[in-house]
Design a protein around this ligand. Sequence first.
Ligand SMILES: [Fe+2]
Length: 420
Amino acid sequence: MIAADDNCPPLALRTRWHAARTHTLALAAPLSAEDAMLQSMPDTSPAKWHLAHTTWFLEHFVLGADAQPFDPGFARIFNSYYQSIGPRHARPQRGLLSRPSLARVLAYRAHVDDAVDALLDRDALTETRCQLLELALQHEQQHQELLLTDIKHAFSLHPQQPAYRDDLVVSPREVGDCKWRAQVGGDISIGAAAWPGSGCFAFDHESPRHRVWIEPFALAHRAVTGGEFLAFVREGGYRTASLWQSEGWDWIQAQGITRPLYWSEDESSEFTLGGPRAIDVHAPVVHVSWFEAEAFARWAGARLPTEAEWEQAASTLPVAGNFAEQDALHPRCAQRDDNGLAQMFGDVWEWTASAYQPYPGFRALSGALGEYNGKFMSGQLILRGGSCASPVSHLRASYRNFFKPTDRWQFSGIRLARDA
Ligand SMILES: [Fe+2]
């Protein structure tokens, strides 16, 4: 039965889960059935696939043996990467899934949602299933952001550069100079207490909480702006091998990369979810890879923060900023902040210097869910803080995102650090 304690408050969870499922539909609403089929590169997925995959996750992990399968064939095409569950359709070929139709995928969502609601009506969710519903909610939120980043990439390649929405909030401001904020070093603790025992949701790879030694350092009070990155571009940053990691240099040569992902060739405009706009030199630069972030930091005489430094600085700050709820879906100029740190949460995911590795004593979730995070700990870097496309309720100081050093279709940006 549902445990009516603080660890898993059933009404709050049910309300939050309903809101998340409804919000995903709202994100897909501006898309036609044709839009929802687009897959522009192997790393991205069609919106229709996101709608179905999150539903499969609920069906498999929450309903489990109680599921009345909507279509037994869906497991093969909507299982993402869970090898222990069964064979899967190849990820780079998700754009070939013209069947099922978008309408049928939406019917699948309603079918599974009704089945979960029926369990909740009967108070038939065990505490374990309640925890799985929480995990499914968090998973749904991750795919909400991916739905946005993936359709943005697809639309950016359309010759007419269509807007995902033409009513997004735009609020231009002017940003002041970047200032350094001194941070104390010492014997600190980072990470989250293990969920579900802790009562506060965190993914398995955020735990255990553990001690780390950091030296005193300084952190930039805001993210690097488009204007600052434009100076790097115009002063030859992409033509100066000494600024780059060897692998990064080879990559920009091979790919012909000379600017952030969505910048126009003349460096005057950038593609946004609201269509092309003039580059906002006051707002954070966005859609840069780790290699570009690292080269910029070297050019600026600084470095990227480690994830321990970042978390220590963020640990006492409220999780507030420009998130998906602000409905800008694009980073905005930092708010005035005379003494503290701005934009630690929201706007852009901030690349760190840290490789994605297990914390000391890490234990993946048991069963197939152990594949959720624990099998990706090679060749990826940590990003922190969430973005303008992240739901605010999804983020916390200990949250670890991870991508390959060449990935740049996420809302990824830069915050500088330097030694004290
Ligand atoms: Fe997923």
